[in-house]
Design a protein around this ligand. Structure first.
Ligand code: ADP
Ligand code: MG
Length: 286
């Protein structure tokens, strides 16, 4: 990119800075100093521009339109989610809450393109997931979505560092660049010192921190976290929540959790209450 193109870019960064601190990570000064962007910076830049366009157009980051998911169990049909609609905007810290079996995991799986609705549409960043095809969906999961699961789901034979950087390897990011990025993110989640340990050498809370690092290292549009504090003690749950709140505030990362943990619900900006697969109440807090 030529430096003559930069003023517009800097304007874009400055305009966004007041609302979303994470735009600041591509500072005008650094761009001007470099003159030319690396491939990674170019990718990062196009992401920021797309986010900026979405914010300006007010396109929801996630949109579910009248979605139903019906499982067929032999001759019996189980309606996990029924006629459910939802919009999530970039920057939210929102929670899907409801008793066990109310459809939380099903909804996260639909948004994360791990499952398809029986009826209705799921859109991410304005794109209808049904139109993306297999490889498009795989790319979307790799590049735009970070997952945090209740049971961490780390690869047991990889170190913390290798687990967290795996998605960057899939993106063909060169080794030195991905090590630099993954170590920065592991430091952010307080795991830099333990980067060379395998999951069985880490506590549950430490494994969940690695899972959070893995989820955010590729700058996803949204992190989907399915009951992320369910398997840890309450002090660890608080620490994990503090970390996610900080990532949301300081880096503008959008989080959508599922939980029935009151501590998670107390920290959310918005509570989307589910009952029997239907929206019961959508509660926005200050
Ligand atoms: P939650 O995460 O809130 O506990 P789920 O989304 O896991 O709820 O499940 C919602 C409903 O769908 C439950 O009744 C559950 O038994 C049913 N369900 C979930 N997954 C399947 C499946 N693969 N096959 C059949 N029924 C399922
Ligand atoms: Mg669940």
């Amino acid at each position: 990119m030529r430096s003559s193109m930069l003023p517009g870019l800097c304007k874009l960064g400055c305009a966004s800075n007041s609302a979303k601190p994470f735009f600041g990570s591509l500072s005008g000064a650094r761009l001007r100093a470099n003159g030319i962007l690396t491939a990674y910076e170019n990718k990062e830049l196009s992401y920021f521009i797309r986010m900026e366009e979405q914010t300006m157009n007010n396109t929801p980051l996630v949109q579910l339109e009248n979605v139903s998911r019906i499982y067929q169990q032999g001759k019996v049909q189980v309606a996990a989610v029924t006629e459910f609609s939802l919009k999530v905007q970039a920057g939210e810290f929102s929670v899907l809450c409801g008793p066990s079996g109310s459809g939380k995991t099903t909804i996260l799986n639909l948004i994360g393109a791990l499952d398809e609705p029986t009826l209705g549409k799921v859109r991410l960043e304005g794109r209808d997931l049904a139109e993306l095809g297999r490889s498009g969906l795989a790319r979307l999961r790799r590049d735009r979505i970070g997952f945090v699961f209740q049971s961490y789901n780390l690869n047991p034979v990889l170190t913390a560092c290798e687990n967290a950087e795996f998605v960057l390897a899939l993106q063909n990011i060169p080794f030195a660049e991905r090590r630099r990025r993954v170590m920065a993110v592991l430091a952010e989640v307080g795991m830099a010192e333990l980067a060379e340990r395998r999951p069985d050498e880490l506590s549950g809370g430490q494994q969940q921190r690695v899972a959070i690092a893995r989820a955010i290292v590729s700058h996803p549009a949204i992190v989907l976290a399915d009951e992320p504090t369910a398997n840890v003690d309450s002090a660890t749950a608080d620490a994990i929540l503090d970390l996610m709140v900080k990532l949301n505030r300081e880096q503008g990362i959008t989080f959508l959790f599922s939980t029935h943990d009151q501590r998670v619900m107390d920290r959310a900006h918005r509570l989307i209450h589910l009952r029997d697969g239907r929206l019961e109440r959508d509660e926005v807090r200050g």
